[in-house]
Each structure stands twice: as C-alpha cells, then as structure tokens.
Design a protein around this ligand. Structure first.
Ligand code: ADP
Length: 470
C-alpha cells in the first residue's frame, strides 16, 4: 500500500488472480481500520499544504504524472490484462483513456473560476470563490482498474483535494503502479494514498471520519446506496457512478452496418463488463431479421481467449460468479421463450473464466437479462413497432446511465434523445465516453458527473463572500 509517501506492508495479505488462468499473480496487503485511519491522517495533514499550492503548481505536478503514465502505458496495460483479463489492445486503450483525464484536469486546474455578483446596495461587493472540499475517499471497481481511478483522482487533485483510494480487491496492482508513477511525478506525500484490503472495514472507517469530506464511488447500486447512507452520518458529499441497464435502439432508417459495428463495440467491450455496455437491444420490426443476420456474422468474427494472445477480442470474465450470472440470465431467457441465435448453450471453458459471446432473439421485457445488468457477453434482441413503445420500454427501469439510439432521421433522433431518462446518450455512437464530456447517470444509476468542467465541480465547495465597503 502507499500511504503518506511510503510503501506499507501488513502481516496479512491477499492474492491477486489472473482470470484467464485462475493462477495467483501476486499479493497485496490486507489493510483494515488501522491503515484506513492512517491514510486519513496523512491526507488530512497534506491537504493543508496541497490546497495552498497555486493552480499552476498543481497543474505541473499532474502534467508530470501524465508524462510518466504515457511512458509506462504498455506496462500498465500488461498489468491490467493480467489481473483483469481485458485484451492487450483494449488494456492499452484504457491506459491512454485513463491518462487523458490526467491531461485534461492538469489543464482544468487553471480554470477554477469564481464569480462577482452585482450587489443591491452601493456599500457592498459580493464574491463567490471555489475551494477544494478536503479529503476525498475514492472507491473504485475492477472493470476499469486505471480509468476509474484517474477519472476521480485527477480532478480531485486539480481542485486541491487530497485522496485516499481503495481499489477493487481484484485489481490492486494497476492502482499500485499508478501510485508508483504518482510518487515519481513528485505528488507530495499524503496527497495520494492507496489502501488495499477489506472493503467494508476500510469503507466504514472512512465513512465515520468527519475529516473525510467526500466519497467518490464507482460500483454497484447496492454498495452505492450503502455508502450514501453511511455518508449521511457526517453529511459528506457523494458522487456515485452505479449500475446501468443500457438500451440500444435501432430504428428502421438506421445505417445498419454502423449500428452493428457499434453494438459490437458497446456490447462486447471488456467482455460485456462495463456499466455502459448495451444490455438490451431493441430493433424496429421491419429490419429485425436483417439486423440479426448482420449481428451474428459480426459476432462470429470475435476471437475469444487469453487477452495476452494476439488478435483476441473477448477475454475472460472476472470470476466464476460472473459466469454464473450470465448463465442464469441465459437460462431464464430461454425458459421464457428466447431463442439462441449465436453461442448455443454450450459454454466454452478454456482454463479461466471464459464464456462464449451469445445472442438471443425474441427477448421480452419480463426476462432477467432485460431487467438486470448482465455484465457479460449475452446480447438479448427484442423487436419494437413504434417510437412511443420503445421509449416507454427503454425508460421502464430504475437505471438511467447510458442509452444508444441509431437513426438517420435528425428529428426522430432529437425527440428520442430528449425523452430518454438517461445521463448519457450515444446517438449513432456506441462509445460516447471522453474526458472532456460529462459522464454520469440519473435515477438509481448515480449522482454527479465525471469528466469535463462538470467533473471538477464535484470536488469544489462554493464560498460566498459579502464585503461591506466604506
Ligand atoms: P462489483 O459488483 O463491480 O464488484 P462493488 O460495488 O461490489 O461492485 O465494488 C466496487 C468497489 O466497492 C470495490 O472497490 C469494492 O471493494 C468496494 N466495496 C464493496 N463493498 C464495500 C463496502 N461495504 N464498503 C466500501 N466499499 C465496498
């Protein structure tokens, strides 16, 4: 672990497993209350000086971190493939994407503007200044081991906050590599801390501590709710990026080749393990058969295997529970009348947690795969008749993170985009997330936004100063 600029060990450790082989590839400290509290002490002390640094100084340190990540991106990618399973190309893509947040916020640090407000009397002047919220607890998932850290940490540090990070227990090695590079970049001691170990104990320690002023979390809706509840004890700010249940809607006038390329990118990225993966695919009935044919042909070209191997597009799932969930969704769908179009029921077990990409047709909204987040390479396709029907079905969920719409009709495109209750719309775009744009959900998909100038606001307090003058 990395706390207060030092590398910390604990007696007890836990293993990190390669999901493509189920072999142990390393071990990290199993931190608990003591280490979690030590990290808060360090971050709290460091906040006093880090927050006083000029924006330009903070920007320079972030730039250095950015340069070092760029220099070590292949190494970071290799770690990600090993501990998380994503194919090498995708892992390299994540390293670059993760680093784009560091670059963006190294620039944005210099643009934290305040405001002056016209007073209603002549002997007053009214100002607004923005200040860092303080110590931020960052809790991240395993599906994007690097990007989920930088997307939170870069704006937090740019704003002048200090961070205590608990990476997912499945992927701590990427986080540790990022810490090494942060250390080398000259991020001062206590500003950036990583605690690996018991999620609940670490989480509770941070929730109880009133010096922690913000929780920034990406993960399941279930844990997000728990953290939100816990944060209320000391009224911490919370940002939550939670589950999704993304509808992917293809209208009859869509460019079908484009829609198929995008559905492949959206559905099978990270083997279906992203919160913005297309979860349910709605295709207008007039083009349904044609879409299915093209979709099947495209999936057939995907190569499944160890992410380290050349040409692999589909790596393993993170663990055997993840496989079980996909199988449960598949079984439920076929029990309720869905037809397997591709993938068959057979599950291809290499040595690790592998499962074939699967397409089912005749999906209905009662099936688990149309209600819950599958988080795996199962693609249920359902047909719809009208715009009104598909909007209703797409919105009929407690989730609201990303939705995708494919059509060449600009009026239809805007009408549907405005009516979908989602935080991110991919309009003829299967991969909308970029560092300069706001990403986040509505309803039970979360609170707050990450990315762009919105992302830094999450780490700033607004202070109003009323100046009486003579
Ligand atoms: P997933 O299903 O993707 O693993 P989780 O919400 O369980 O999603 O995990 C996301 C992150 O939240 C991980 O870093 C995990 O260790 C952490 N986490 C899980 N349970 C708790 C908890 N009770 N308190 C704090 N963090 C937790």
């Amino acid at each position: 672990m990395y706390i207060n600029g030092d590398w910390i060990q604990t007696e007890e450790q836990f293993n990190v497993i390669n999901p493509a082989t189920n072999e142990v590839i390393g071990f990290v400290p199993n931190g608990g209350t003591k280490e979690a509290a030590y990290a808060v002490d360090a971050a709290y002390t460091a906040f006093k000086t880090w927050s006083q640094r000029t924006a330009v100084e903070r920007s320079q340190v972030l730039k250095k971190w950015h340069q070092l990540i760029e220099m070590h991106k292949e190494e970071l990618a290799a770690i990600m493939t090993e501990e998380q399973g994503k194919p090498t190309n995708e892992a390299l893509g994540e390293a670059i994407y993760a680093n784009s947040f560091v670059e963006w916020y190294s620039e944005e640090a210099k643009r934290i503007y305040g405001e002056t407000i016209p007073a209603s009397v002549s002997n007053k002047r009214l100002f607004v200044i923005k200040q860092p919220v303080g110590v931020v607890a960052v809790i991240t998932p395993w599906n994007f081991p690097a990007a989920m850290i930088t997307r939170k940490v870069a704006p937090a540090l740019a704003a002048g906050c200090t961070v205590i990070i608990k990476p997912a227990e499945q992927t701590p090695l990427t986080a540790i590599k990022l810490a090494e590079l942060a250390h080398e970049a000259g991020i001062p001691k206590g500003v950036f801390n990583i605690v690996t170990g018991q999620p609940q104990t670490i989480g509770e320690t941070w929730l109880k501590d009133s010096r922690v002023r913000k929780i920034s979390f990406t993960g399941s809706t279930e844990i997000g709710k728990l953290l939100m509840k816990g944060a209320s004890e000391t009224v911490k700010k919370v940002s939550l990026e939670l589950g999704g249940q993304a509808p992917f809607i293809v209208f009859e006038d869509a460019d079908l080749d484009d829609a198929v390329t995008s559905v492949i990118a959206s559905k099978y990225r990270n083997t279906g393990q992203t919160c913005v993966c297309a979860n349910r695919i709605y295709v207008q009935e007039t083009i349904y058969d044609k879409f299915i044919e093209k979709f099947k042909t495209a999936v057939n070209e995907l190569k499944i295997g160890n992410g380290m191997d050349e040409g692999v597009n589909i790596g393993p799932l993170i663990d055997s529970d993840a496989i079980e969930k996909v199988n449960q969704h598949l079984k439920n769908a076929t029990d309720l009348g869905a037809q397997i179009i591709y993938g068959e029921q057979q599950i291809e077990h290499l040595k690790g947690n592998f499962i074939k990409p699967t397409i089912v047709s005749h999906a209905t909204d009662q099936m688990l795969c149309m209600i819950e987040e599958t988080f795996g390479p199962l693609a249920p396709v359902s047909s719809f008749k009208t715009e009104e029907e598909v909007i209703h079905r797409a919105n009929n969920t407690q989730y609201g993170l990303a939705a995708y719409v494919f059509t060449e009709n600009i009026n239809l495109a805007l009408r549907v985009s405005e009516q979908l209750e989602y935080g991110v719309i991919g309009l003829n775009d299967g991969m909308p997330a970029v560092p300069q744009a706001p990403f986040g959900g509505v309803k039970e998909s979360g609170l707050g936004r990450e990315g762009g100038h919105y992302g830094i606001e999450e780490f700033l307090e607004v202070k109003y100063i009323s100046l009486g003058i003579k």
